[in-house]
Each structure stands twice: as C-alpha cells, then as structure tokens.
Ligand binder design. Structure first.
Ligand SMILES: [Zn+2]
Length: 287
C-alpha cells in the first residue's frame, strides 16, 4: 500500500506529463472504482488544463482551469504510469509510443505534449472525484485530516498538545489520520525507532525532549524516503513507466530478528502486533 513518500513520488513523476498541460482526451473505462466515479467525468475533464498538481496526505490533487479539482487516491493497489514522455527519461529518444491498454487500466488521459497517463487498479480500492477547487479541503476524504507532517503547522508544540493526556499507545496515535495526516505503518515504525520511543508507550507519557525528537524523526524518515523516490525517478529506465515504487532501506520495519542498527545498541529487532498490524522495534533502545 503506497504511503506518503510513494504518493509524493508519483506526484513528482506526473508533473512533467500533466502540469500546465491540457487533457486532450479523458478515457473513463468503467463507472466506478471504490466508489462511483463522478458523473460525465470524461466529458468534464476533456479539454481542461491542469494548473497545478499538489498533494494532501496520500491524495493527489489536480487543480483544473475549469474551477474544479480532480482528487486521486491510489488505494491499496492503484498504479499510475506515464508513457510518451520519453524525453524526460531517455534523452534524445522522444517518441509517442504508448503500450497497449491493459485489463485494469480504468482511466487514461492523453495529455497536450504527447504524454499518456494511465491509472491501473486491479483491486479497485482507489478513488477519483471532482470537486470545486475552492471547497476541495471540505471533501469527505480530506475534511477530517490532521496537519501535514512535512508542513509548517506540524512541530513539537502541536505534537505535544495532541498527545497530552492520551492513554493509547503512541504507535496507534500516530496512525490516527486526524492527529497527523499521511503517516502509515512503515514510517511510524521507523520514526519511533529513531526517536528511541517504545511503540506501546502511552502517548501522554512521553517527555517534552522526546516529543521534540519524535517530531524531527517523523520529518526525517519521510524526507529521506521522498529523496530515495526522487532518485528512482531520475534513474528512470523502466519500459512500463510505472511511478512511485522504489527501493527502501529500513532500520526496523520488516527486519524481525536482525541486529538493531542504532549505534552502541546490541538489541535485536522484534515484531509485535498492535491493532492488527505488525510493529517492528528494538526492545533495548526503545523505551
Ligand atoms: Zn536498539
């Protein structure tokens, strides 16, 4: 399931294909994904110009010159591919060759400039919607989201205020999208490991200095993953043009039984289950 850094990598990969470009043709090949697609979606999008591609949590928002915003959510298995933008990835080999449309290619945009953007989603947990740009933040998918972890509003003061008095385990609190938006299982495990905070510790029982460290490590793990995704875009040579998945190096996540990588710690990474999901942590240096 794509997390915030993967979605940001997809957004960055779509920018050269879509931003400040008109959608010459929108092909909507089925009436629904997770929910019904907007009425007359192909008709409304065809001819519209994408003014800006931005991200809110794990949603990509395309602001259009028709006063509407296209909201895209990749869900569990949604993938975006770009073809026909060869000059961005393979210098000197510009051509408009597009692969054949596949079974689960549900939405296809042919863009001004020659790129084709395809949304493929075998399991159809993804979603798209069209909403007035001025009211985009009020959309049911976006309205309850907390602050962006990489935005200016997210800092130690805010985190301290939101954790105050909370009895739930910090792992679960950080996964709550109302507390902070866009954090998923992987990066919560990584941030807690770096901050030396035990995932079962009650949120309200973390001291100020450690909350400050946690606010920093949350930003660090996301920024580093976004940078790794950025280098995967620069190295782009995959024929299928798929965006957003790249090689990660994790310190704790999915490393059960491995030695803890924290300097001076001789602990071993353990796995426990919290709220039905695996947590990876070091019982020695996470307190
Ligand atoms: Zn350790």
């Amino acid at each position: 399931m794509p997390e915030l850094p993967e979605v940001e990598t997809v957004r960055r990969g779509l920018v050269p294909a879509m931003e400040r470009k008109r959608i010459l043709q929108a092909d909507v090949r089925r009436p629904d994904l997770r929910w019904p697609l907007p009425e007359r979606m192909a008709e409304r999008l065809t001819g519209a110009r994408v003014e800006r591609l931005r991200r809110r949590s794990k949603y990509i928002l395309a602001d259009l010159d028709i006063g509407e915003t296209l909201i895209i959510h990749l869900g569990m298995s949604g993938r975006m591919t770009v073809s026909g933008l060869a000059e961005a990835y393979v210098p000197g080999e510009f051509h408009h060759a597009h692969p054949l449309t596949l079974k689960h290619d549900h939405v296809v945009f042919d863009m001004e400039g020659g790129a084709r953007v395809t949304f493929n989603d075998a399991r159809r947990f993804g979603a798209m919607d069209l909403i007035d740009t001025a009211r985009a933040e009020e959309h049911p998918l976006l309205a309850a989201l907390g602050p962006e972890p990489l935005g200016n509003a997210f800092n130690a003061d805010l985190l301290a205020a939101r954790l105050k008095g909370r009895k739930g385990p910090i792992k679960a609190l950080l996964l709550d999208q109302k507390l902070v938006a866009g954090l998923g299982n992987i990066y919560v495990c990584e941030a807690l490991h770096r901050a030396g905070i035990h995932p079962e510790r009650a949120g309200g029982r973390i001291g100020r200095a450690r909350i400050e460290l946690l606010a920093v490590t949350i930003r660090q793990v996301l920024q580093e993953a976004i940078e790794a995704g950025g280098s995967s875009l620069r190295d782009y040579r995959q024929a299928d043009g798929e965006l957003g998945y790249f090689q990660h190096t994790f310190r704790a996540y999915d490393r059960e039984g491995a030695p803890c990588p924290t300097a001076g710690c001789d602990g071993t990474i353990r796995r426990i289950v919290q709220g039905g999901r695996s947590t990876y942590f070091c019982p020695r240096c996470q307190r």
